[in-house]
Design a binder for this molecule. Structure first.
Ligand SMILES: C[S@@+](CC[C@H](N)C(=O)[O-])C[C@H]1O[C@@H](n2cnc3c(N)ncnc32)[C@H](O)[C@@H]1O
Length: 234
């Protein structure tokens, strides 16, 4: 299946930018031709997102170092711990934060992410974290149908519905929401995930959010989120 490549917009002669583009499998174009909306660029030698009005967003491993430190004991690691060093597909990969936590907890992780820009940022984060994630920048349905690959665990973290008390998500999540692909039928994604999971499908929810796909076999709950676990049918 074809992986979708994002474009990074560079100043002419930006050699470090060109090198990073090559590493992350990005197309390049001149900064003068950058669109108004969020686009990839290089700021002080680092990958960044920018809008034409000057809005800037950077996301580096330093921003998440504290969160990944105790990866092994995290609720997500417990929810995905089906066998020793499980092979996990993080099917809705986003910025790749959960994937990095799972990898640091000892899982062998493949990531699929449908938004090419988000996927590029996630790849860069994994590179900075020195975490061996395998990426496919594209829709998980296409990836699984084409590859036929099986995983011990398929992990799904769909975008949460609006907070019941109207709490605003962090800037990082707001930007993710504006770039995320939301056209897939999540029920269809869940069904295909079940077919490609040898042991379980794990679905992340807000702690008190109703289940998305019917009663799970069991649940693991942390302070703010809940993981619904479904035994596999593969
Ligand atoms: C809530 S985010 C995941 C956040 C992620 N767990 C993290 O740690 O950053 C959900 C992501 O799923 C992606 N997505 C939605 N449908 C998809 C599909 N069919 N295949 C692959 N990715 C998809 C969206 O673009 C979005 O980035």
């Amino acid at each position: 299946m074809s992986s979708q490549l994002a474009t990074v917009f560079l100043e002419r002669g930006d050699v470090r930018g060109q090198e990073l583009a090559l590493l992350l499998d990005l197309k390049t174009d001149d900064i003068q031709d950058a669109p108004d909306e969020w686009h990839l660029t290089i700021e002080h030698g680092k990958l960044a997102l920018r809008q034409s009005d000057g809005n800037l967003f950077t996301f580096s491993f330093e921003d998440i170092r504290n969160r990944v430190e105790n990866a092994r004991w995290s609720a997500i690691a417990k929810a995905c711990a089906s066998v020793r060093r499980p092979k996990v597909l993080d099917a809705l990969g986003g910025w790749g934060l959960d994937a990095i936590i799972l990898s640091m907890a000892g899982c062998r992780v493949t990531v699929t992410e449908a938004s090419p820009i988000v996927c590029a940022v996630a790849k860069n984060l994994a590179r900075e974290a020195n975490t061996p994630l395998a990426f496919t920048c594209g829709f998980v349905e296409d990836y699984l149908n084409t590859s036929g690959e099986l995983f011990d665990v398929v992990y799904l973290d769909p975008i949460f519905p609006q907070h019941p008390k109207g709490a605003r998500p962090s800037r990082r999540m707001q930007i993710l929401h504006s770039l995320a692909k939301t056209d897939s039928d999540l029920r269809a994604v869940f069904e295909i995930a079940k077919k490609h999971a040898l042991n379980r499908v794990v679905v992340k929810h807000r702690r008190n959010q109703p289940t998305l796909f019917g009663a799970p076999h069991w649940q693991i709950t942390s302070k703010t989120v809940r993981f619904d676990i479904y035994r596999a049918s593969a």
